[in-house]
Design a protein around this ligand. Structure first.
Ligand code: 13P
Length: 249
């Protein structure tokens, strides 16, 4: 079954105290019980947030992981470490990692392998920059991100993954993809997965939308057939906004 998911990518925001306060507000809040809420705080706070949320159904994840198993990789965090503090999810291939840290599909596929080996659920991000959309190349580009990042996996393995479509031109810009644009791309992504793994597998994979998703537009986006929730940046930093988005299904 596809899950309904609202995931908050806090990026490089919040001090420790503010992060704990926000997590506590979310733990105390009430939202649609069918919704899986996942928080992606800065790595430094993950262990503490796992504790704060332990009695709730909120999941905690990392924003990035090393493609290596262990060893002399100063500053990196391994999938085994993530599992060892009780976090269950990890974002892979966010457009900011692709753009500012040069991460490419091949490396991202290795990160996914490390996560799956350690039973962590990857949220694999794909999405085009504006120029690619204007050239009409957005479908090809997203298809190659999906193929090169995920298609080495078995059916069972890909079923342990979540996909997030984040049109880069909509991230942090206040410009949102229209629900038609989101549905069109989500349905395309599901089709690409179905070509390789079959319809049954494709129909079980959650595909999240990310890019200026907020309490005003979430309802319309989440009403689309192939939009199974959101990966939310800015609006996930304010408890009321994030809860309102969680109640938008
Ligand atoms: P915004 O919601 O701030 O546009 O960010 C989206 C995003 O990048 C989530 O990963």
């Amino acid at each position: 079954m596809k899950k309904k998911i609202v995931a908050g990518n806090w990026k490089m925001n919040k001090t420790f105290n503010h992060a704990k306060e926000l997590a506590q507000q979310l733990v105390n809040s009430s939202y649609d019980t069918e919704v899986n809420m996942i928080l992606f705080p800065p790595a430094l706070y993950v262990s503490e947030l796992v504790d704060i949320t332990s009695e709730s159904s909120i999941g905690i994840g990392l924003q990035n992981v090393s493609e290596h198993e262990k060893g002399a990789f100063t500053g990196e965090i391994s999938a085994e470490m993530i599992a060892s503090v009780g976090a269950q999810y990890c974002i892979v291939g966010h457009s900011e990692r692709r753009e500012y840290f040069g991460e490419q599909n091949q490396v991202l596929s290795k990160k996914i392998n490390q996560l799956l080996l350690n039973k962590i659920t990857p949220i694999y991000c794909c999405g085009e920059i504006l120029v690619e959309r204007e050239k009409g190349n957005h479908f090809n580009l997203v298809k190659s991100q999906i193929k090169e990042g995920l298609f080495h996996l078995s059916s069972e393995e890909i079923l342990s993954c979540i996909v997030a479509y984040e049109p880069v031109w909509a991230i942090g810009t206040g410009v949102t993809a229209t629900s038609d644009q989101a549905q069109e791309m989500h349905s395309f992504i599901r089709g690409v997965i179905a070509e390789k793994y079959g319809l049954e597998v494709a129909s079980k994979i959650s595909i999240l939308y990310g890019g200026s998703c907020n309490p005003e537009n979430a309802k319309e986006l989440f009403a689309c057939n192939d939009v199974d929730g959101g990966l939310i940046g800015g609006a996930s930093l304010v408890a009321e906004k994030f809860i309102s988005i969680a109640n938008s299904f």
